[in-house]
Design a protein around this ligand. Structure first.
Ligand code: SF4
Length: 263
């Protein structure tokens, strides 16, 4: 991928939306871990509604490790997939208490050791709570990376490495936020507003209709082959000029005889 494209997209989005903050409310890195687990297949708005009460009841890993499964399931029910999410939260909280002395690991390797924590969640926590480089690839980042041409892959891990290879680490978390906000506002999956889009001049998707290179030549020759052949007028000869000059009289004669018959 061209690093110039990624930088231009980043600069443009930053100028349009300004610096973005983490969309999930939290007070500690552990709370952000819980909120990110809850956010799978759920809106940030809903998660924030749920976690306001949740973190009052159970503020840290130790409190979650000792809470009742059923109580937790009930508390997070409205986020969907509540059984699996409760399971991940409980297992992660217990692992933090038992293996990491109650402290959330602060590296990708450490975070990935926690049950139910994948690269996306780990990157969110690194970038937004631990002030470390992290580029989370969620559904918007994945979709926009393909549309804009930031990565040729649909694999989140490859997208992450493609973009991180060309962007400075201090921009990673912000770039992910900017792509998410653009995906939510200007470029939703079912109705991207390409004519009004600030990235239209940079986005590969808007250029997709215009064939380039060999395709363009092939398409041009196809058009030529299909184009209707115009009949060129034959040059006038002395004979045709004379015929034309005589024809009004002949037509008049014809028309007189026809109208007579009719009447
Ligand atoms: S130009 Fe269209 S496809 Fe590309 S980012 Fe903008 S809205 Fe999305």
């Amino acid at each position: 991928m061209e690093s110039a494209l990624a930088k231009q997209v980043y600069d443009k989005l930053l100028s349009v939306y300004g610096p973005q903050k983490c969309f999930l409310e939290h007070m500690t890195p552990f709370q952000l871990l819980v909120a990110t687990i809850l956010s799978a297949q759920c809106t940030d708005k809903r998660v924030n509604m749920v976690t306001r009460d949740l973190f009052q009841r159970w503020p840290d890993a130790e409190a979650f490790a000792n809470c009742g499964r059923e109580e937790l399931e009930q508390a997070i029910f409205t986020c969907g997939f509540y059984r699996a999410k409760a399971d991940h939260i409980l297992k992660a909280a217990k692992a933090i208490v038992e293996q990491f002395h109650g402290e959330l690991p602060d590296t990708m390797e450490g975070l990935l050791k926690l049950p139910g924590v994948g690269r996306k969640t780990a990157n969110v926590v690194l970038g937004d709570a631990l002030d470390k480089p992290g580029f989370p690839v969620d559904t918007h980042v994945r979709r926009l990376s393909a549309l804009i041409g930031l990565s040729g892959s649909s694999d989140p891990e490859v997208i992450e490495s493609d973009i991180c290879a060309v962007m400075p680490p201090e921009t990673w978390a912000q770039f992910s936020h900017l792509l998410i906000v653009h995906g939510r506002t200007r470029c939703p999956a079912n109705r991207p507003d390409c004519p009004g889009c600030e990235l239209a001049k940079l986005c590969r998707h808007t250029k997709a209709d215009k064939p380039v290179g060999k395709k363009a030549k092939a398409s041009a020759s196809k058009k030529t082959a299909k184009a209707p052949v115009r009949k060129t007028a034959k040059p006038a000869t002395k004979k045709t000029v004379a015929k034309k000059a005589a024809s009004p009289a002949r037509s008049a004669k014809k028309s007189t005889s026809k109208s007579g018959t009719r009447s």
